[in-house]
Design a binder for this molecule. Sequence first.
Ligand code: FAD
Length: 260
Amino acid sequence: MNVLIVHAHPEPRSLNGSLKDHAVAHLQRQGHAVQVSDLYAMGFNPLISAADNTQGQPGVRFRVSEDSRQAFADGTQSADIAREQDKLRWADALILQFPLWWFGLPAILKGWVERVYAYGFAYGVGEHSDQHWGDRYGEGSMSGKRAMLMVTTGGWASHYEPRGINGPMEAILFPIQHGILFYPGFEVLPPFVLHRTSRVDEAAFAAACTALEQRLDGLWSDAPIPYRRQNGGDYLIPQLTLRPDLAPGEEGLAVHLQRD
Ligand code: FAD
């Protein structure tokens, strides 16, 4: 299988750098092909701009979505964007690996998503009408591929429990897992999260590597998070609200999980 790891840490000798190296070595030992987009090492430009369309006309107003659509459709995207899209097409599984910074993605990785997820590639895919609101949330260009987050946090696990002060980890990661990964069609596996990083010593690092290996071995077999598919019949169209007979009276992010 082909695995793309998008790695966002500025220091190769960091914990994240070490975990990335371990993941690459383990996947390769298991016979998988691995590509790494090491965003800091590549000097990846995270700033979306008019220059992302190489045929853009100077002085013409920059329309972010429309210019992205045009450049993708015409094959005139900036080469760094097209290269990352090719890696995504190649991959059977995508791993986004990062330290949790201010409750979200490091800016360079957010910028990677903003630029690489072009209109027509990751959004604006499929029929858009009052009957069908695009191929997204479980359908789209990334259908048939799997994805997983590899995240480290300074906070303790308990800080991220349902009553923890930081808020539940599923809620913090929802915009990434549901919004960035499930949206263009990935099946999203539960995240690999390593907490309380300041306490990681040799023994804890070894234990984390063993746990990570198990998760990597389950990339093709572990059950994905059971998000409801937009076009699977659970949502009213075009309102895109959950049918009132499903999870009646409930609100919040958990209503988007399918139950037996
Ligand atoms: P490092 O600092 O590189 O390492 C952590 C520990 O692991 C060190 O003790 C190091 O010695 C050890 N280690 C590293 N490599 C190895 C190895 N090969 N073998 C054995 N031990 C090793 N945390 C939150 O919980 N929520 C937040 O919102 C949040 N926001 C942040 C925002 C910013 C801007 C920053 C800088 C930090 C934030 N943090 C937050 C903390 C952050 O998540 C952690 O600092 C990060 O996850 C640690 O990862 P690292 O790769 O940088 O670790």
